[in-house]
Design a protein around this ligand. Structure first.
Ligand code: C5P
Length: 218
């Protein structure tokens, strides 16, 4: 029986947006579709891995006997699921677009409309990936970055700050990259090199990312 490259390895992936509740019917969120994370999960499964897919709200579907899916809503939920799965993971890829802020107060009842202006105070959510970087022992840790200026410089700083093995940079300035797009154009940034890729469908981008992972794993 042929052994696949990630047989016996556990890959944990965060995907999608997070929703931060304002009241029972409203939230702060973003336009992430979750597609990049789901394509990464699909590729990792094809390479023989056991996959934990921790995803914020999305309509995407994926089923496989080696897939464990954790549906979460808020950054705090995602933080808990990612932390719980970290120790047993060989590879962790943070592809989620985590909301950076959440309302300080969550109202139990739906906020009533009035003529007055409304102010909602926000506080930061936990940085999941940064926390995983502090827990890292044997894991390969991969993050994403989406920058609008000085992108390579900012991505390199993030690589260090979050204790990552590499970071996948996609630029919002690029019309073929980003949220709600079928294609993505990436650079893989490590401590020692920058690898540039052409724009391509997200499934192929996922393949490029996993190929790089296979190169650096023991
Ligand atoms: O710092 P920044 O949000 O630009 O970093 C992006 C990377 O960090 C992504 O891999 C994203 O999934 C991860 N992240 C996270 N938790 C947060 C914010 C970002 O895991 N609260």
């Amino acid at each position: 029986l042929s052994q696949l490259p990630l047989s016996g390895k556990t890959v944990t992936i965060t995907a999608g947006p997070t929703y931060e509740a304002i009241d029972p019917v409203r939230f702060i969120g973003n336009h992430s579709s979750g597609q990049m994370g789901f394509e990464l999960a699909d590729q990792a499964l094809k390479l023989g891995a056991m996959v934990n897919l921790i995803t914020g709200p999305t309509h995407l579907k994926l089923t496989h006997s080696h897939l464990k899916r954790f549906d979460v809503v808020s950054a705090q939920d995602m933080f808990e699921a990612a932390t719980a799965n970290f120790e047993n993971s060989h590879i962790v890829i943070a592809a989620a677009a985590v909301s950076d802020y959440k309302p300080k107060t969550q109202y139990d009842q739906k906020l009533k409309k009035s003529e007055d202006s409304l102010r909602i105070d926000l506080e930061p959510t936990p940085d999941i990936l940064k926390h995983l970087g502090t827990l890292k022992t044997h894991q390969i840790l991969v993050g994403f970055a989406l920058e609008t200026q000085n992108e390579e410089e900012h991505a390199k700083a993030k690589l260090k700050k979050k204790n990552l093995d590499f970071i996948v940079l996609n630029s919002l300035n690029d019309k073929e990259a980003g949220f709600k797009k079928e294609t993505n154009k990436i650079k893989i940034i490590t401590n020692s090199e920058i690898i540039r890729f052409e724009a391509k469908p997200k499934a192929e981008v996922a393949k490029d990312i996993l190929d790089h992972l296979l190169k650096i794993k023991d």
